[in-house]
Design a protein around this ligand. Structure first.
Ligand SMILES: N[C@@H](CCC(=O)N[C@@H](CS)C(=O)NCC(=O)O)C(=O)O
Length: 206
């Protein structure tokens, strides 16, 4: 059994979708980041940066004591390795997936997160910040759209942890100032992923 500590945000959805896709048994422990539950000392033991998601695997690979994993990218890699799915074994194909995964971890996640903050939640209107993050996310969306012109999924023909990581962030692009008609390949990819039953279940977990 795997314990999933999560909340209904894009980073949380990545882990829930992955667990649904792999079919690994799991139970959910909601961590309400709106009421600061992420700072509870018991949770900090699992996730030292007080962020969701995190997992604890009670039957870790290789046996032994329950094993905790924080950082959503590491969680996706761990679950891919444990389940033998959604990340190829062969080095070339594997690193194709990992490059696109890292572009989400270092790019889409933080930059889209900041854009969403300044567009939707900031108490002050700061045009410089909005423009800065809009420009950076626009660059990322253009790269993704170009990639998806000749590839069904981010790493090629096969759906992978790179798609699972990126989809929850990119699906709200139209809410932060982008038009789907400018990124039609991304929209096609969003629709394909959104139609997967495991994705629907993962999005509903919290
Ligand atoms: N790099 C981390 C980021 C996780 C993250 O930013 N989680 C947010 C929710 S989407 C969170 O826990 N925020 C609560 C806080 O910052 O206190 C990951 O990919 O797991």
């Amino acid at each position: 059994m795997i314990d999933l500590y999560t909340w209904g945000t894009p980073n949380g959805h990545k882990a829930a979708i992955m667990l649904e896709e792999t079919g690994l048994p799991y139970q959910v422990f909601p961590i309400n980041i709106g009421t600061d539950e992420q700072f509870h000392p018991d949770y900090v033991e699992i996730s030292p940066w007080s962020k969701i998601p995190a997992i604890v695997d009670h039957e870790p690979m290789g046996g032994g004591e329950p094993y905790r994993v924080f950082e959503s990218g590491a969680i996706l890699m761990y679950l891919a390795e444990k389940s033998g799915t959604l990340m190829p074994q062969e080095a070339g194909a594997r690193y194709e997936v990992l490059q696109w995964l890292m572009m989400q971890i270092g790019g889409f996640g933080p930059l889209m997160g900041q854009l969403g903050h300044f567009e939707m939640f900031a108490k002050e209107d700061i045009p410089y910040a909005k423009k800065r993050y809009h420009t950076e996310v626009d660059r990322l969306l253009a790269v993704l759209d170009d990639r998806l012109e000749d590839n069904q999924f981010m790493a090629g023909d096969d759906y992978s942890i790179a798609d699972i990581a990126t989809f929850p962030w990119v699906r709200f692009s139209d809410k932060v100032g982008f038009k789907w008609e400018d990124f039609s390949n991304v929209k096609r990819w969003i629709d394909v992923i959104e139609a997967r039953p495991a994705v629907q279940k993962g999005l509903d977990v919290v």
